[in-house]
Design a protein. Structure first.
Length: 143
């Protein structure tokens, strides 16, 4: 099933970019709670946890696989540059997947970026690349 993905309201298919198979798997793990404040009193057994403190959660990193499809090398370079600019801007952005929840994420890095198919003798041919985008979720309500 193909999912429509928007980043800050921009459909990434505009850049020839689509979620790869299994892309949503990394976003399934619930966030881990941060350690609750406690005292380790020297004159008492065990740890004395502050049970009045609300649970807060650690940020999560998602490694999301995508692929990019372009018609020729120039189109590929143009789409790649525009997408890199879209996600690598400073700050948080909205990551919306159709039929899924909206997430507030932050760009961390591109884990890798590889050409899957490219024909040197015929540069106008369809070019396909695959990459993994590492994004960070700092919002507990989104996980």
């Amino acid at each position: 099933m193909a999912f429509k993905v928007e980043i800050n309201g921009v459909d990434i298919a505009t850049y020839g970019i689509y979620l790869a198979k299994g892309a949503l798997n990394s976003m399934q793990q619930p966030a881990s709670p941060k350690e609750i404040f406690y005292n380790d009193w020297k004159d008492e057994d065990g740890l004395d946890y502050d049970d009045a403190t609300n649970l807060v959660y650690q940020s999560q990193d998602y490694d999301i696989p995508f692929f990019i499809k372009a018609n020729g090398l120039d189109d590929y370079k143009e789409k790649k540059a525009a997408f890199v600019d879209l996600v690598s801007r400073k700050g948080q952005f909205t990551f919306k997947v159709s039929g899924w929840e909206d997430l507030k994420l932050r760009f961390k890095s591109f884990v890798n970026w590889n050409l899957v198919s490219y024909s040197v003798p015929r540069p106008s041919r369809v070019i396909v690349g695959r990459f993994i985008l590492r994004l960070q979720n700092n919002n507990r309500n989104d996980s």
